[in-house]
Design a protein around this ligand. Structure first.
Ligand code: ADP
Length: 203
């Protein structure tokens, strides 16, 4: 199953991406996490990406697309993936379409996590990540409105909106429901595999 998660910064996409990926047994691919990992490791990509993250600007699509293209070739992504934070602009969505076409695959669902702007500010200020200062938050919100929100139209007809106000478990239940029966059967399969593994270990 191949899913894209959309939503403004602070909507809880990251949290839900991890939970959904675990439940359904497919990897979560977060471009924000990939960039932060590269920054921590001091790679060339990290050095290049850092100033954009610090300012809350989008890392140039050339770098971002190449990163995702490579990640999609990892064996664990063959069974499906949950993209969190990518695509973030129409040109990235077009690039993703080309990557999918080249592999003869397509997206199954696009989930939009919806939260009011007032609630978002509150959440982000409480979170306290390095790029969560008021000025940077403002910029990330503007970037979302200008660059990312147009994707809702780009994916018109495929987007399923999830009310992202509530406890993480409540939002998770809604997100899983909106992914439909395929996600539920994958979750049952994944659960079976986890059980088998733990049984094997006990011998
Ligand atoms: P949030 O959703 O809270 O903004 P992320 O971890 O998704 O957090 O992203 C953090 C930062 O990483 C962004 O502000 C941006 O600088 C960079 N980034 C993440 N994904 C992309 C992307 N698809 N294209 C360009 N930059 C990105």
């Amino acid at each position: 199953m191949r899913v894209v998660l959309l939503g403004p910064p602070g909507a809880g996409k990251g949290t839900q991406a991890v939970k959904l990926a675990e439940k359904v047994g497919i990897p979560q691919i977060s471009t924000g996490d990939l960039f932060r990992r590269n920054i921590d490791k001091g790679t060339e990509l990290g050095l290049e990406a850092r100033r954009y993250l610090d300012a809350g600007d989008l890392v140039p699509s050339e770098l971002t697309n190449a990163l995702v293209d490579k990640r999609l070739d990892e064996p664990d992504a063959a069974a499906g993936f949950i993209l969190d934070g990518y695509p973030r602009s129409v040109d990235q969505a077009e690039a993703l379409d080309r990557m999918l076409d080249a592999r003869g695959i397509r997206l199954d669902a696009v989930l939009e996590f919806r939260v009011s702007e007032e609630e978002l500010f509150k959440r982000l200020k409480d979170r306290g990540r390095a790029d969560d200062t008021e000025e940077v938050i403002h910029n990330r919100m503007n970037v979302y409105r200008d660059e990312t929100a147009p994707l809702l139209e780009y994916y018109d007809g495929t987007v399923r909106t999830v009310d992202a106000v509530g406890s993480p478990d409540e939002v998770f239940a809604r997100a899983l429901r909106s992914l439909g029966p395929e996600a539920t059967s994958l979750a049952t399969l994944a659960e079976g595999q986890i059980k088998q593994k733990s049984q094997r270990k006990s011998y």
